[in-house]
Design a protein around this ligand. Structure first.
Ligand code: NAD
Length: 499
C-alpha cells in the first residue's frame, strides 16, 4: 500500500507519500504473516498510517535476497568507483526530494521543520556524499617481510550486514549506517524503529531509482523482539551495527554470542556532562546549553543532560538559561507552524517515561526551576513537554544517573575543577562531554580528563560527517562517521607472497 497526504502549511505545501510495505529485493511487499504497525503522529496523537511489520520469516527472505545480491552483483564484484557513483546518484535524488523527506520526518517524529529540513537532512546528505567519495579510496598496506616475501592487506566487506536504528533521527541514522556499509561493498538489511519507519521506507524508492541491483539494500520495519532479534540471531549476517538503548545493546551482543559471533558495533545511550566554568563566555554557554538539552526535544543520545555550573557564574548563568528555556516554551507547537522551535516527544510511551523522571526528581527533592509540565497553549492530544530545568540536584538522584531522553536538564553547582571532573565521570555512560572556559589550558586539561568518546569545547552536540562518533564505557564501542566507519565495515585480509 501507500501513505499519501496533502499538506498546506507555512513550512511545506504539497503532497507527501511513501510505500508502506517491506522493501525487500527491490520490491515493496507485505509481511508474510500480514502483520502491521500503527504509525502515530506525535503532534496530534492520531494514526498516520500502518506499515508492514517484519517477523523472522521476512528477515530470512531479506537476508537471502541480500546474500544473492552480494554474490552476483555487489561486494568485490563491483568496482569501488561504480559503488561510489550509485551512492552519489542516491544522494542527488535525495537532494531533489529533500523537502518531502523533511516533511515526512516532521509528521513521523514531530520535529520542527527547521531542525528536520536544515539540520537532519543536511547531515544526511553530507554523509551520503562523503561515503560516495570513499568508495574508490579504500586501500590496504604493502609490507616487506623477511625471506624475500611481500605482504599486503586488503580491506574486505563482511557480506550481509544487519543494521538496527532508533527513532530520534530516522533518516540521518539510516545514512550513517547504509552509506559506509555500501561504500565498502557490503549489502544491508536495515530495520528502522517501529515508531518512525516512514522516511526509511521512502528511501527505498530512491534506492531503486538510483539503479542499485535488487537485494543490495533491504529495509524492513518490525518490532525489536521479533524482527530485531531475528536480525541479531541470523546465521548469515556477519556484522551487526546497532544504535539504541544500552539494554537492547546487551541483547544484541548476547544474540551474537548465541548465534554466529557476528561482529558487533554499538552506539548506545548517554548522560553527557556539560561543565561551565566561572571564566566562560556566558552568552555562548547559555546558547549551547539550551541547544544541547532542548533540541529534538532532548531526544538526543549526546544531549548535555547534566549541567555542572561553577559557583561564581551560577546565578548569571541560571537567569539567562531559564530565560532561554521560557522563550523556547513559547515556541512549542506543531512542527509545520511558523516560529515553532520545540516539538513534542515522539510517543505516548516516551511522554510517560519523561513525566515519570520529572515526578521522580520532584519526589527526590530537586527543584523544577522551569517547566516540568505541559505547555498551556499546545493540544493535549500531542506529546508536548515544556523545556524543563531542575536545580538542587544531588548525584545520587535518578535524574542524574539515568538517561531521560527528553527536554529535561539537571543542574549541579560546583566549586573546583577536580570536583567537576569527578562528578562528570561518575556515570556508567561515556558518550559525549562539554567544557566551557576561556582558558586554553583548562579546556585541554578537562577535556582530556573526561571519560567520553567526544569532548566539545565552547560548543556542544555538533556532529560532523567526517569526524568519528561513538562512546566510551557503557555508551558502546566501534565508531561511526569519518574514516573510522570504513574500519567498522571492513575486515582485514593479509596476503603473503613468496617472491
Ligand atoms: P531501543 O533500544 O528501544 O530501540 C532501538 C532499536 O532496537 C529499535 O529499532 C528497536 O526496534 C530495536 N530493538 C528493540 N529490542 C530489540 C531486541 N531485543 N533485539 C534487536 N533489536 C531490538 O531504543 P530507542 O528507544 O529506539 O532509542 C532511544 C535510545 O537510543 C536512547 O537510549 C539513546 O541514547 C539511544 N541512541 C543512541 C545513539 C548513539 O549514537 N549513541 C543515537 C540515537 C539514540
Amino acid at each position: 500500500g501507500t501513505f499519501k497526504i496533502e499538506l498546506d502549511t507555512p513550512a511545506y505545501k504539497g503532497s507527501v507519500s511513501c510505500n508502506t510495505g517491506l522493501f525487500i529485493n527491490g520490491k515493496y511487499v507485505d509481511a508474510v504473516d500480514g502483520g502491521t504497525i500503527d504509525v502515530i503522529n506525535p503532534s496530534t496523537g492520531k494514526l498516520l498510517t500502518k506499515v508492514a511489520a517484519a517477523t523472522e520469516k521476512d528477515v530470512d527472505i531479506a537476508v537471502e535476497a541480500a546474500r544473492k545480491a552480494y554474490k552476483t552483483s555487489w561486494g568485490l564484484k563491483v568496482h569501488g568507483a561504480q559503488r561510489g557513483a550509485l551512492l552519489m546518484k542516491l544522494a542527488n535524488l535525495l537532494e531533489a526530494n529533500i523537502d518531502e523527506f523533511a516533511a515526512l520526518e516532521c509528521l513521523d517524529v514531530g520535529k520542527p521543520w527547521s531542525e528536520s529540513r536544515i539540520a537532519d537532512m543536511g547531515l544526511t546528505l553530507r554523509t551520503l556524499k562523503y561515503y560516495a567519495g570513499w568508495a574508490d579510496k579504500i586501500h590496504g598496506q604493502t609490507i616487506e617481510t623477511g625471506e624475500a616475501k611481500l605482504a599486503y592487506t586488503r580491506h574486505e566487506p563482511y557480506g550481509v550486514v544487519g543494521q538496527i536504528i532508533p527513532w530520534n533521527y530516522p533518516l540521518t541514522m539510516l545514512s550513517w549506517k547504509i552509506a559506509p556499509a555500501l561504500a565498502t561493498g557490503n549489502v544491508v538489511v536495515l530495520k528502522p524503529s517501529e515508531i518512525t519507519p516512514l522516511t526509511a521506507l521512502k528511501f527505498g524508492e530512491l534506492v531503486n531509482e538510483a539503479g542499485f541491483p535488487p537485494g543490495v539494500v533491504n529495509i524492513i520495519p518490525g518490532y525489536g523482539p521479533t524482527a530485531g532479534h531475528a536480525i541479531a540471531m541470523h546465521p548469515h549476517i556477519r556484522k551487526i551495527a546497532f544504535t539504541g538503548s544500552a539494554i537492547t545493546g546487551r541483547k544484541i551482543q548476547e544474540a551474537s554470542a548465541k548465534s554466529n559471533l557476528k561482529v558487533v558495533s554499538l552506539e548506545l545511550g548517554g548522560k553527557s556532562p556539560n561543565i561551565i566554568f566561572d571564566d566562560a563566555d556566558v552568552e555562548q554557554a547559555v546558547k549551547w546549553a539550551a541547544i544541547a538539552i532542548f533540541s529534538n526535544s532532548g531526544q538526543v543520545c549526546i544531549a548535555g543532560s547534566r549541567i555542572f555550573v561553577q559557583e561564581g557564574i551560577y546565578d548569571t548563568f541560571m537567569k539567562a538559561f531559564s530565560t532561554a528555556a521560557q522563550g523556547l516554551s513559547a515556541k512549542t507547537g506543531d512542527p509545520f507552524s511558523e516560529g515553532t522551535a520545540h516539538g513534542p516527544v515522539v510517543s505516548q510511551t516516551q511522554f510517560d517515561r519523561v513525566m515519570h523522571y520529572i515526578d521522580s526528581a520532584k519526589a527526590a527533592g530537586a527543584k523544577a526551576f522551569i517547566g516540568g509540565d505541559r505547555p498551556s497553549h499546545t493540544t493535549s492530544e500531542g506529546f508536548f513537554i515544556n523545556p524543563t530545568i531542575f536545580t538542587e540536584c544531588t548525584p545520587d538522584m535518578k535524574i542524574l544517573q539515568e538517561e531521560v531522553f527528553g527536554p529535561v536538564a539537571a543542574v549541579v553547582k560546583f566549586k573546583t575543577e577536580e570536583e567537576a571532573i569527578e562528578m562528570a565521570n561518575d556515570t556508567e555512560y561515556g558518550l559525549a562531554s562539554a567544557v566551557f572556559t576561556e582558558s586554553v589550558s583548562r579546556a585541554v586539561r578537562v577535556s582530556n580528563a573526561l571519560e567520553a568518546g567526544m569532548a566539545f569545547v565552547n560548543c556542544n552536540v555538533t556532529t560532523e560527517y567526517n569526524v568519528p562518533f561513538g562512546g566510551y564505557k557503557q555508551s558502546g564501542y566501534g565508531r561511526e562517521l569519518g574514516a573510522y566507519a570504513i574500519e567498522t565495515y571492513t575486515q582485514v585480509k593479509a596476503v603473503h607472497i613468496n617472491v
